[in-house]
Design a protein around this ligand. Structure first.
Ligand SMILES: [Zn+2]
Length: 198
């Protein structure tokens, strides 16, 4: 991913505050996982950025409304989780714009982190800021365990943008993963931040 860093300033690769980490959640809103995540964040008084899929916002408008109501930031994650490697720049952009009708945000995160310079240029022309990440939980992986996640968390450092998922694959385990991750982050004496609502 470093290869693409030259493209321009309209990318966020890392959080500005080096004493904090930035929690982000991809793929929601999901009827089971997202309420669990929102309850967790409320309990710990944390704010996060949710990169939503347009189709999921259409399917679960009430959960999307709750994300906004509780003061979290949202971003666009395409309409149907298209990969930039499998769709032309134009059809990719129309997926983003379709999602943009549901999600009021200038932040965009490409599904799978896949993007090409051509796709990126078109997205930035639409005034989106592309948000990548520095630390991936792999919470969706069938082979992930609590122990493995805890070990991954040891690598977390200030300024990291952390990715978790609120989707079908994580619904049953996201609460345990978040509990462990937040504990480790607090032990490192890092704060939690999120992006400004653009
Ligand atoms: Zn995704």
């Amino acid at each position: 991913m470093r290869f693409f860093r030259w493209i321009g300033p309209q990318w966020i690769w890392q959080g500005k505050d080096i004493n904090a980490v930035y929690l982000t959640f991809d793929d929601g809103p999901h009827p089971l996982a997202t309420p669990i995540v929102l309850d967790f964040l409320a309990k710990h008084q944390l704010k996060a950025c949710f990169f939503c899929l347009g189709e999921n916002v259409q399917a679960h408008p009430d959960i999307y409304a709750r994300i906004i109501r509780e003061g979290h930031v949202v971003g666009n994650h395409t309409f149907g989780h298209e990969s930039a490697f499998c769709s032309s720049p134009n059809s990719y952009l129309s997926s983003i714009n379709k999602a943009g009708k549901e999600i009021e945000s200038r932040y965009f995160r490409p599904p799978y982190g896949r993007i090409t310079p051509l796709h990126a240029r078109k997205i930035m022309k639409q005034k989106y800021t592309i948000v990548m990440w520095t630390w991936m939980s792999h919470d969706f992986s069938a082979s992930m365990t609590l122990r493995k996640l805890q070990r991954r968390c040891d690598d977390i450092k200030g300024g990291d943008i952390l990715v978790f998922h609120d989707n079908n694959k994580t619904a049953s385990k996201i609460e345990a993963y978040l509990t462990a991750a937040v504990q480790i982050i607090q032990r490192k004496q890092l704060n939690f931040r999120t992006f400004e609502m653009p």
